[in-house]
Design a protein around this ligand. Sequence first.
Ligand SMILES: Cc1cc2nc3c(=O)[nH]c(=O)nc-3n(C[C@H](O)[C@H](O)[C@H](O)COP(=O)(O)OP(=O)(O)OC[C@H]3O[C@@H](n4cnc5c(N)ncnc54)[C@H](O)[C@@H]3O)c2cc1C
Length: 486
Amino acid sequence: MNPWWQNGSCDPFHDKDSPCLKGNEPIFTIEATSAQDIQAGLKFANEKNIRITVHNTGHDFLGRSSGASSLSISMSKINGTGFNPSYSSSHYSGPVIKVGAGLRGYEVYGYANSLGYRVVGGDCPTVGLAGGYIQGGGHGSLVSMYGMAADQVLEWEVVLPDGTMLTATPDQHSDLYWALAGGGGGTFGVVLSVTIRAYQDVGLISGARLTINNSSSIPSSVFWSMIGNYHAALPTLYSSGGGSVEHDIGANQLFGISRITAPKWTTQQLRQWLSPITRQLDSYNASYSLNVTSHSSFHDHYVYYQGPIPAGRYGVAILAHSRLVPLDVVTSATKNSALTQFFRNSTEDSSTSNVIYGCVGMDASAKGPVAANAILPAWRTSAMSCIMFIPFPYTASNNSVKQSDLHTLMDVVAPKLRAITPNSGTYANEGNFALNTWKEDYYGKNWDRLSLVKKQVDPNGLLYGIRNVGSEKWTLHDDGRLCKKR
Ligand SMILES: Cc1cc2nc3c(=O)[nH]c(=O)nc-3n(C[C@H](O)[C@H](O)[C@H](O)COP(=O)(O)OP(=O)(O)OC[C@H]3O[C@@H](n4cnc5c(N)ncnc54)[C@H](O)[C@@H]3O)c2cc1C
C-alpha cells in the first residue's frame, strides 16, 4: 500500500499514456488457504532459489510485504476464528480468542465483541492482527490496560521455512515463541494463527477528540507550554488504563487529539483532565471543538472514533519514521522542555515545517506479558511513540522531491529527536528503511538472541524483509534480486 514501494507509474497522478510497470510487486502470488499451500510455496522457493515474500494486508511502511522478482504468499484468505472461555496453561487461565492470520483488526474486534469480549489490537481497522502487527509488538488504545498485542499471545501456529508446522508456546519451542512476539513479521516463519488473551467488555468507556481549527490567537509561548503540559499529564491518563491515540503537532501551531481512550474514567473525569488545554483555548478565544463520549463497549467506542469501518480514517500516503519517547522525557521539566523546543523548532523552521508529528501515548509496562518476549525493551519505559511524517509527494513528477523529503526526515529531523531520547529506540513497524542505526534502534538488546533464533529456524535465510533480523546477510539489488553477502 505504501506508495514509496510502488513506482508511481500506475497512479492517477502520472501520465496515462506512460506504461504501468510492476515496480516492487512480486511476480506470482500463492493465495494460501491452508498450511499445505504455504509449505508448497516455501518448498518451491527453496528448491528454485527464489525470493519469497509473505503478504497479509500490505500496510508495511518498510515494504517488507512486497518485493520485486519474488513469489508472494498471501495470507488474507486464512481467516478462521475460535473462542475458548476457559483456556488453561501454566501461564494463563481465562478466556482466549484464536485469530487466523488474514483477519484485519476491525474483524477481530467485531468477533470479540460478538462474544462480549475485547482484545488488544491496533488503531487502524485494516491492519492485520496476526501478521506483521503483532509480530512487531503491536500498539493500540488498550495497551495501558492490558499490555501490548504481542504480550497477549499464548500460542503461535506457524510453518517454519523448512515446511515444519508447529505450535510455539512459552513452554514448547519457547525460543521461537519469544522471537515471534516482537522480533518482527516475515522473519522466523509463516504464522497461521495466534491465540490471545480476551477480556470481558464491561463498563462504560469514555473517549474524546479535540479539534483545534485555529490557534493563531494563542501566543506562541503559551501554545508551546500547553503542548509540554499535555505531555507531562499523559502518565495520569495511563495510570487509569487510558491512552492517547495520536495527537498531532505541526506547522502554524497545529495541534489536535484524534482520540483519547479512557476505560476507567467518567466523561467528567476526562473533561477535567483535558481542562488545562480547554481553559487556555477558551481564554484566547481559539476556535476548537471538543467531543467527549461514553460508550457501552470498547467496540462501539472504537468504531465511533476509527470508523467508518472498514476503511477507517488513516492514509498510507506518507513518508514516515518514528521514535519512542521515554517517560522521563515527558516528566522531567528540563527534558520535557527540550522535547517541546524540538517540536517548536522543527515546525517553525521553514526547511522542516512540512514534517508533522503524530504521537500515540500509552504505558506498555502496565500489564505484564503472558511470558517473556522480544518486544523492543524501550517500549516498557516509554510514554509515547511519535511518528514523524511528510505527506507523500504524489504529484511531484520528479524523484528528487521524494529524495529531499526523505533527507529532511531521516538526516535532519530524526537525528535531533534521537539525540533528546538517548537509549530509547524505534518501533520497527513504524520505522524507515533508510535508518542507519536500525539494528540497535529496532531491536535493541534483543538483537543477538533474535539472530540466534533466526539461524536455528531459517539457516538459509529464505524469509527476507528489509531491516528484518537476517536481512544484514543479503544485498538487495534494484531489480529486487537478493544476493548473499560473502
Ligand atoms: C495506516 C496505518 C495504521 C497503522 N496503525 C498501527 C497501530 O495502530 N498500531 C500498530 O502497532 N501498528 C500500526 N501500523 C503499523 C503496522 O503494525 C505495520 O504496518 C504492520 O507491518 C502491518 O502488518 P500486516 O500484517 O497488516 O501487513 P503486511 O504489510 O502484509 O505485513 C507486514 C510484515 O509482516 C509479515 N507478515 C504478514 N503476515 C505474516 C504472517 N502471517 N506470518 C509471518 N509474517 C507475516 C510480512 O512479510 C511483512 O514483513 C499502522 C500502519 C499503517 C499503514
